[in-house]
Design a protein around this ligand. Structure first.
Ligand code: ADP
Length: 248
C-alpha cells in the first residue's frame, strides 16, 4: 500500500510538473498574439474598418481570458508540484487596498456598486508576500462585484485579531447555497452558470485563494445566504515567513 501511495504521489507530481511546463510554453506565444492584436487596435499601422476592429477586439479579449486561465492553472499546478514560493516583505495594507480599488474601479463604477474599504485604526503594515496578498484580495473583491447586482454594496475591511490580519470581503449579492459552499473552492467549479456566463470567469480563483491562504498558514471562512449576500473572511498571519514549498 505504501508503494502504491508513493507511486500515486509521484504520478501526481509529474502531472503537475507537466502542466507547469506546458503553461510556460503556452504563455509566450499567447502574449505575442495579445500584444500584436493590441498594437493593431491602436491603428498606428493604418485605419481599421468596423468589422476588423470588432474581430481584433475579440482576439484580444479571448486571448486575455485564455492567459488568465493559463496563469491560474500554472499557479495551481505550482502549488501541487510543491513549487510555489512565498517571499515576505513589509508592506502597507492601505496601499494594497488602494491598488485593488484602482484596478477594479472601472468595473464597479460601471455597475454602480458602492465599494467601501475600511482599515481598523492601528493597522499599518504587515510582513507577508505582497503579490499573493494582492492576488487573494483581488480575487475576492472581483467575485464580490461580479456576483452582486447593480446598485449593490461591497465592504472590504481589515481588522487585527491576536497575531492575524482578518480580511473580510462582504457583499449584498446573489449568495451561495449551503450545498454549493462545499464545492466553490474546488477547481473549475462555477455555481451559477447564468451569471458566470454573463461575467467572465475561470472557476479557478477561489481554489487558488484557498490554497494560497493555507500555504500562508492562514484560514479562509465563508458565510452566505442566497439572495442576501456573502462574506469571505481570510485570516492571514501579520508576520509570515518565507517559504520554498517542497511538497504540500
Ligand atoms: P470564477 O472565475 O467563476 O469567479 P471562482 O473560483 O472565483 O471562479 O468562484 C467559483 C464560484 O463560486 C463562482 O463561479 C460563483 O458561482 C461562486 N462565488 C464566488 N464568489 C462569490 C460571491 N461573492 N457571491 C456569490 N457566489 C460566489
Amino acid at each position: 500500500m505504501l508503494q502504491a501511495k508513493i507511486l500515486a504521489e509521484n504520478a501526481n507530481r509529474s502531472k503537475s510538473e507537466f502542466l507547469s511546463n506546458m503553461s510556460h510554453e503556452l504563455r509566450t506565444p499567447l502574449n505575442s498574439v495579445i500584444g500584436f492584436a493590441d498594437l493593431l487596435r491602436e491603428e498606428s499601422f493604418g485605419p481599421l474598418n468596423e468589422k476588423q476592429r470588432k474581430f481584433i477586439d475579440n482576439i484580444s479579449t479571448s486571448g486575455k481570458h485564455l492567459l488568465r486561465l493559463i496563469n491560474e492553472i500554472l499557479d495551481l499546478s505550482k502549488i501541487e508540484a510543491g513549487k510555489m514560493e512565498f517571499k515576505c516583505m513589509e508592506f502597507s495594507v492601505k496601499e494594497k487596498f488602494d491598488e485593488v480599488r484602482n484596478i477594479l474601479f472601472p468595473v464597479f463604477s460601471k455597475k454602480k456598486i458602492k465599494v467601501e474599504f475600511e482599515i481598523e485604526e492601528g493597522i499599518t503594515t504587515i510582513y507577508s508576500d505582497e503579490g499573493k496578498f494582492v492576488q487573494i484580495l483581488y480575487n475576492l473583491v472581483s467575485n464580490a462585484i461580479k456576483f452582486t447586482e447593480e446598485s449593490g454594496r461591497v465592504r472590504v475591511s481589515a481588522r487585527k485579531t491576536e497575531d492575524m490580519l482578518q480580511l473580510s470581503v462582504k457583499d449584498t449579492g446573489i449568495g451561495i447555497t449551503e450545498e454549493d459552499l462545499m464545492r466553490i473552492f474546488h477547481p473549475f467549479v462555477q455555481v451559477d452558470s447564468f451569471s458566470t456566463r454573463k461575467h467572465e470567469g475561470t472557476g479557478l480563483g477561489l481554489a487558488l485563494v484557498d490554497q494560497m491562504v493555507k500555504l500562508m498558514d492562514g484560514e479562509i471562512h465563508v458565510f452566505s445566504q442566497p439572495g442576501i449576500g456573502s462574506e469571505f473572511i481570510c485570516m492571514i498571519p501579520l508576520i509570515g515567513h518565507d517559504r520554498e514549498q517542497k511538497r504540500l
